[in-house]
Design a protein around this ligand. Structure first.
Ligand code: BYC
Length: 474
């Protein structure tokens, strides 16, 4: 069991008090973080008491405590999963050797870049969600938004700890820059595409927490296999918090659909204009939002064939999610087939090494996981007797990274001409009118237990409390 210091200025289980230089460096970064939170974190609500979960340890049972906290007083701490004595590298060329407690010099810049990329997404998401508090459909949802926000802040701390503890001056400089790039900033944007997308409505927020946080899950799982043990331990604990974020997404989309189905039944109609007049989000619009956020998140896995990915895998830097479940952990000369454009308006199979294809292997695992929720939502639609099926588009649709980048296809993934794509795209992706309609529904509901008219209440409240609980004291 690791030693947990909750009284320290920075709560931690990494013996920070025994390393004065590191402690001082992090205590120096802390005011910069708080300043960033103040300027770029949730707009307003600073003095409000929010019923929040705070990580206080890494025990599977009692790792979190719940209570009212104003967000700026949240105790952002550094927690690593307990060390596994005798842990060995589980994949790649160094399989079976002892894991590393420090970064080997030859992989230093690679690790730094990956940790910075991971770290960059955490504050980026908080920035994207900055204005949503003003239009929360209920106090329950408002609290969940803030819960997600403070935990993304803690995940930034997790990466900053690694940068400070293992990368010297370069690491400290990178930690500063994590607070200087901003989502959507034309001069200093966030590193990965999805994290620069604007988010001014709650359907986008639910799609983001369902699809983009799930990319987080898979990337963190890949890091959890890393030979660099502090990275593996940090990300393993981050995954504990991440589960709630995806729950917010899955139940959020599910509640939007449930409410729409109720009104469809009440009015006995599938007509989009009638449903919009009644103030709910029609299912074809939900499908368009899924198309947008799913495809944006597919890009986050990188190119189908990537020598970077092969290098990460060969050298034990980053594995595959749940590496133990794969049969071959070395993949020294194995091959796989990917679909690529054939240059003549069609597609063809291309053989690549599995090592080069690790991004694609991870992406396909991700797609399977995304489909679990879709199946559940479709069951609800079927139970309501409505003839409509939500469907995730192909991994070739609307890609901006990889072999299918900027190749026009149907949602089913069949290459089409640009003209055909342009003529059809309003049927497949949210239009300005769809966005304006969804945005027009976004009005704050602040009475405990009450919900906006476009979303059904959740099945249960937080931490066994009722849905009517005053989750945020406004
Ligand atoms: N946008 O060789 P390739 C989360 C860059 S989410 C812009 O295919 P590689 C969270 C790529 O960086 C998880 N650029 O890439 C969720 C590379 O640039 P450099 C975040 C992109 O290295 C919600 C170049 O294109 N964690 O935690 O095989 C809320 C060549 O690409 C994009 C990570 O991403 C893009 N979408 O794989 C809060 C893990 N995709 O290096 C948090 C760390 C690729 O040549 N990152 N590029 O300048 C990685 O492991 C890898 O960087 C990637 C890319 C998997 C992203």
């Amino acid at each position: 069991m690791s030693n947990i210091d909750l009284q320290a200025l920075i709560p931690n289980n990494v013996h920070l008090g025994e390393n004065r230089q590191l402690q001082r460096a992090l205590e120096h970064w802390q005011p910069a973080f708080l300043n960033w939170w103040d300027e770029m974190g949730p707009s307003d609500f600073k003095a409000r008491e929010v019923y929040l979960r705070t990580a206080v340890g890494v025990d599977a049972q009692g790792w979190a405590s719940y209570g009212y906290t104003p967000m700026p007083d949240y105790r952002w701490g550094i927690f690593l999963a307990d060390k596994e004595e005798g842990r060995k590298i589980g994949f790649g060329d160094f399989m079976g050797q002892d894991v590393w407690q420090d970064v080997p010099g030859e992989y230093r810049s690679t690790f730094r870049r990956l940790i910075v990329t991971q770290g960059d997404t955490e504050p980026a998401s908080v920035e994207q969600q900055r204005m949503l508090g003003h239009t929360a459909p209920s106090l329950y949802d408002l609290r969940n938004l803030f819960q997600v926000n403070v935990e993304e802040g803690r995940h930034l701390w997790a990466m900053v700890y690694l940068l400070h503890a293992h990368f010297g001056r370069d690491g400290r400089e990178e930690a500063e820059e994590l607070l200087e790039r901003h989502s959507g900033d034309p001069d200093k944007p966030r590193i990965l595409g999805t994290f620069n997308e604007p988010m001014d409505n709650w359907l986008s927020f639910f799609c983001f927490t369902y699809f983009t946080d799930r990319d987080g899950k898979f990337q963190l799982k890949s890091f959890a296999e890393s030979a660099f043990d502090p990275l593996a331990r940090t990300t393993r604990f981050m995954l504990t918090e991440e589960a709630h974020h995806m729950f917010v997404g899955e139940t959020g989309i599910g509640r939007v659909i449930k409410r729409t189905l109720e009104v469809m039944k009440e009015l006995d109609t599938e007509d989009v204009a009638t449903l919009r007049k009644a103030g709910v989000i029609d299912l074809p619009t939900v499908q368009k939002f899924l198309n947008f956020w799913f495809t944006s998140s597919l890009d986050l896995f990188g190119s189908e064939a990537s020598s970077n990915a092969a290098n990460y895998f060969s050298n034990g830097i980053k594995g595959r999610p749940d590496e133990p479940k794969f049969a071959d952990h070395v993949e020294s000369d194995t091959e796989m087939t990917i679909q690529v454009p054939d240059g003549k308006g069609g597609m063809k199979g291309e053989t690549i090494t599995v090592r080069n294809g690790i991004n694609e292997v991870t992406r396909l695992e991700y797609v399977k996981d995304c489909n679990v929720g879709v199946t559940r939502w479709n069951m609800g639609i079927k139970r309501a007797g409505v003839n409509f099926e939500l469907k995730l588009p192909s991994t070739r649709f609307r890609r901006q990274v990889g072999v299918w980048a900027n190749v026009p296809t149907t949602p089913g993934g069949y290459p089409i001409s640009q003209a055909e794509y342009d003529a059809k795209k309003d049927d497949w992706l949210p239009t300005a009118a769809d966005l304006a309609y969804v945005k027009s529904l976004m009005q704050r509901v602040a009475e405990p237990g009450k919900m906006a008219a476009w979303i059904a209440p959740p099945d249960r409240g937080i931490n066994a409390l009722p849905v009517e609980y005053e989750y945020v004291k406004l």
